[in-house]
Design a protein around this ligand. Structure first.
Ligand code: FNR
Length: 179
C-alpha cells in the first residue's frame, strides 16, 4: 500500500505535470504511488444515480487508503484545470464518503507550467476546495515550477538540478509530515 498517492491534473501525453509527478515518485518509489483521472466522465447527477463510474471508484479507493495525496496540477486561466476539479467533484460523491476519502487527509499541491509564475495562482485556487472537503492542506513547503520547457527533456525527464533539489526536499518533508 502506498502512503502517498500522486495524481496529475493533465491528460496530455507530453504533460509537464505528469512528468513532475513521475519525478516525485522517483524520489520515493516505495512511498509514492500513482493514480489517474483518465476515464472519469464529466460530472452528471443522472450518471451518478445510475452508479459510480469505475474510474471514480478506483481512484477513490486509492485515495481512501493513502495517508497523503499529492496533487500535481497545471494552471488554467489562473485557476485549476477543469478535468482535475471535475475528478475531485466526483470523488466527493456521495457526500457521506468525503469523511473517508478526504477528511483530515494530508494534501500537498505542486505544479509546473511553461509560464513564469509556476502555478502559484492555481495552487492558491485549490485552497477553498480542500477546505470544503476538510482536507489537511500541507503548507510546510511550496513547489512552483516555472519555465517547464527547460526543466524537462523531450522524454519528460527532469533535467534541472535546482528543481530536482527542491522537489527532493519538498517530497521528503511531506513524507516526514505524514509519518
Ligand atoms: C494554460 N496555460 C497557463 N499557464 C499558466 O501558467 N497560467 C495560466 O493561467 C494558464 N492558462 C491556460 C489555460 C488553458 C486553457 C490552457 C490549455 C493552458 C498553459 C499551461 O500551463 C500549459 O499548457 C501546460 O503545459 C499545461 O500543463 P501540462 O499539460 O503540460 O501538464
Amino acid at each position: 500500500m502506498s502512503k502517498i498517492l500522486g495524481v496529475s491534473g493533465s491528460l496530455r501525453k507530453g504533460s509537464y505535470n505528469t512528468a513532475l509527478l513521475q519525478a516525485a515518485r522517483d524520489v520515493a518509489p516505495d512511498v509514492i504511488g500513482i493514480g489517474s483521472i483518465r476515464g472519469i466522465p464529466l460530472y452528471d447527477g443522472d450518471l451518478e444515480s445510475e452508479g459510480m463510474p469505475d474510474a471514480v471508484l478506483e481512484l477513490k479507493d486509492k485515495i481512501a487508503v493513502a495517508n497523503g495525496l499529492l496533487m500535481v496540477t497545471p494552471e488554467y486561466n489562473n485557476s485549476m484545470p477543469g478535468v482535475l476539479k471535475n475528478a475531485i467533484d466526483w470523488l466527493s460523491r456521495p457526500s457521506g464518503d468525503i469523511r473517508n476519502v478526504f477528511r483530515g487527509k494530508a494534501v500537498a499541491v505542486i505544479g509546473a507550467t511553461p509560464g513564469g509564475c509556476g502555478t502559484l495562482l492555481c495552487q492558491n485556487a485549490w485552497l477553498p476546495v480542500l477546505h470544503a472537503l476538510g482536507a489537511d492542506y500541507w503548507s510546510g513547503g511550496r513547489l512552483l515550477v516555472p519555465g517547464a520547457g527547460r526543466v524537462f527533456d523531450e522524454g519528460g525527464r527532469l533535467i534541472d538540478d535546482s528543481v530536482s533539489e527542491r522537489l527532493d526536499r519538498f517530497i521528503h518533508n511531506f513524507i516526514d509530515y505524514i509519518a
